[in-house]
Design a protein around this ligand. Sequence first.
Ligand code: ZN
Length: 284
Amino acid sequence: MAQLSLWDTAAVVREEQAAISPSDPLIPDPEPHSQSRNPTAGPGSSPEPRAIVAALAFERAFRRLGIRGPLPDFQVEYRAFAGLRAAVRLRPERAVVRVSDLLADAAPAVIEALAEILLARLFRRHASPEARELYLAWNMTPDTRRRVEEARRARGRKRLLPPQGRNFDLESIFNDLNVRFFRGQLAVTRIGWSSAPSRTLLGHHDPAHGTITISRWFDLESVPHYVVEYLVYHEMLHIQYPTERSGHRRVVHSPAFREAERKFPSYDQACKQLKKMAGLKGGR
Ligand SMILES: [Zn+2]
């Protein structure tokens, strides 16, 4: 494994912005689509407790560094980045901090160390050796490395084939469904066919990249149009109903999601057809 250092950052550091991205310098910020952002960080939603705790850590670090001027109103958002990334951007009215959700479970001291490092960069100060060491130590633990790698794999850019397949055009299906069922409100950065014709991963919505992928297995003449439509519709519902959290549990298909799903005109037919195709015996 290549040694990763906090300091070999490729992130842009401008006067009003400081960022750390030690592991995935090639992966840019997720697109600012409101539907594709991490549901824990949506505008209008009240910040969760861990974000408030993190904001306090930034305030303490700001004071500790002896930075002159009024204390910014820190607003921390945890994002489903594809790597261990953190950035702070100073705006006139507040300081927006975007942190990888991989850091959400880190010890408070780690968050505070990160705050110190980011603010030191932003204000051209020196972070304490303690802060650097603490953050780097956390960064290099096997558990952190494993989770970063998992996130990179799961969230990194996927190879997507163009939406126009041999038999179906996913983009026109998406646009049609968008008008018919979503008032044209949903947006993706890309929709396309998977490079492999998977029989197990039929479709996928990636909120980090705002992409919808449909298994190329369905781009066959023998597949009814409504089946592909249904698959796209299902993935579109994932934009409409982002994964919720119930305690420590992730609710991917909420009751509201399932209810909306049953409104698809050929829902029963599509399910039957999918079961047939997949050779499934039981429920989905
Ligand atoms: Zn689903």
